[in-house]
Design a protein. Sequence first.
Lengths: 388, 388
Amino acid sequence: MNNFEFHNPVKICFGKGEIAKLPNLVPAKASILLVYGGGSIMKNGIYDQVKNALKGFNIHEFGGIEVNPHYETLMKAVELVKEHRLDYILAVGGGSVLDGAKFIAAAALWEGSDPWDILAKRYQMPVQKALPIGTVLTLPATGSEMNGNSVVTRWETHEKLAFGSPHVLPQFSILDPQVVFSLPPIHISNGIVDAFVHVIEQYLTYPVDSPIQDRFAESILLTLIEEGPKVLKNQTNYEAAANFMWAATMALNGLIGAGVPQDWATHMIGHELTAFHGIDHGQTLCIVLPGLMSLKRKNKEQKLLQFGERIWKITEGTTDEKIDATIARTVQFFESVGIKTKLSDYGVGREVIAKIVDRFASRGVKGIGERGDLTLDQIAEILESRLS
Amino acid sequence: MNNFEFHNPVKICFGKGEIAKLPNLVPAKASILLVYGGGSIMKNGIYDQVKNALKGFNIHEFGGIEVNPHYETLMKAVELVKEHRLDYILAVGGGSVLDGAKFIAAAALWEGSDPWDILAKRYQMPVQKALPIGTVLTLPATGSEMNGNSVVTRWETHEKLAFGSPHVLPQFSILDPQVVFSLPPIHISNGIVDAFVHVIEQYLTYPVDSPIQDRFAESILLTLIEEGPKVLKNQTNYEAAANFMWAATMALNGLIGAGVPQDWATHMIGHELTAFHGIDHGQTLCIVLPGLMSLKRKNKEQKLLQFGERIWKITEGTTDEKIDATIARTVQFFESVGIKTKLSDYGVGREVIAKIVDRFASRGVKGIGERGDLTLDQIAEILESRLS
């Protein structure tokens, strides 16, 4: 395996009723900005649980963080932090709220002239500090609760960009699987496939002799395949919800990606589909991935065969037949949990291809993926293959 | 699964040449106590690598920490820390040195009258603070590099006791698999079975619907079974050494034990065999475990069958036949990596049984294991079954 550093100091409090631990987790003297999304936490009782647990704490609130959180919205929260000299961000929500909180935490202490540079110049000007963050997760999917990653959308320009920093790792994250009981089913479907593709990005690359990482990745995939449908069938199945939730967290906390190559091309292309057409993040991954698996079948041959054999029990046929069957089985899984996998399913046509390629070109991108050899032409080819 | 907290802030630096990162990991102004064992680090060049990396740092040294580190020895190191007002413990060694360093770090700041209480009264008087610790691991086995556990032996009374505290979690641990190249083969054998049984203690209990934890545990077991023999065959096989090393760390860093019942009876009984007869820790586990698996076959039935099927591919026969085959296969694995599994193999006879039972009785122990229902009579029965 490759050399690596692994450092994940996020404290996880997992299980029924863990929200009650909040007063032991948030510093007593904190001036808190409580951030949340569109208000589902008002309906499912989580807002009340949080407020009850934090009675007597100094709390300001900022609601209305969108799915694919908007830079424009988050900057209003940053103003609030500065105005009231707040020093702690408590995020209650799903991946979008958590990602938004990370941007707010970094932007509040940003010393550069333009906070958009946190995203646009992430490598040239890495984040040096951020306010401390705690989270209460309400939707298993992105893994944001146990990593230092954040994705933010600039509404004005339809740009969706990411940044990552150890400074925005949450100090703690509370994961109570009961939050799953009242989720809209599409959120569960998106969460299942999002976690699934997070694993794939770190696993389906080229082999570097990493049996622990490979088997951990396969453990998460098998669990999502088993438990995801159980949750969809009965959202109040606590055990299934818990296993789904823990799988989604483990899918992107750095562990399975330590010491191995990573791809992330599916995510990069998918982000553009969200930016231009507002397609849900999980859905974009299910559109792009099958095309990428097929096109990069030579690069990824050994891992594709391993994935097919260990996950889908595909052992018969020529190499190409086995890979085709593996891709078909993966597509079938996505569809079985309620996610369509073609651009036409979302009313998107060929015109999007040139727009996406142009955007990568405008950023000076020559190639993406684990070897940096997925070219702009190949991005076009992948999208072409996913039209209908 | 059960509710749990998981918090492991140890920074892992893994790979070839990582020792060179030491000056970035140890605070520049630290007054360091460098602790090590019997001097193997002088022969294999690790001592020189560490000293070269830390040129200009303020370092005192304390060598000679034994296998199964002695309380009496460690207290001399504590005196040195106090005399020179040292404020950082750097442990370079295997599990014994690391465990010793944790005790030193806690004892140096202990405010109670008797530092032995850190071990003897671990639950009544938990450790409240400790000096910061960094480690350079030289022997994959115990997992001490990524947990807050420590086992210490009082030579005077032949007592081997453990304590655990988040305050003694290392700040960082450097894992360079090249350290395996020059290890005595028996250390590798012991390391393989030690890591194996660490997994078993957290996996072979009763089911609580925890597929992620189960499959991660099985991932580590399968990796040890595959990679362990490769390392024994060729110690300079870097990839095999790396996979063995990472497996041993993952076996006991809290992850696979989060949210599931844990046993640890094999360790508790094994510690007494070491305390009375000086049998290597790994060897004691291989003596005790087969007897415990057989005796507790009803309690552990479902997990024994899962272990047999997923690890050893045992699917034929009655339940008892499958369990017997699973135990036999496990014993065969221990023997195949060079560890004998009977008391007679170590020249120990029936007389040890009453001594061990008496010692548990003198501590007021009624039952141990995941349900606390492994009685003193059953401990005797297990040892009886392992005589020859």
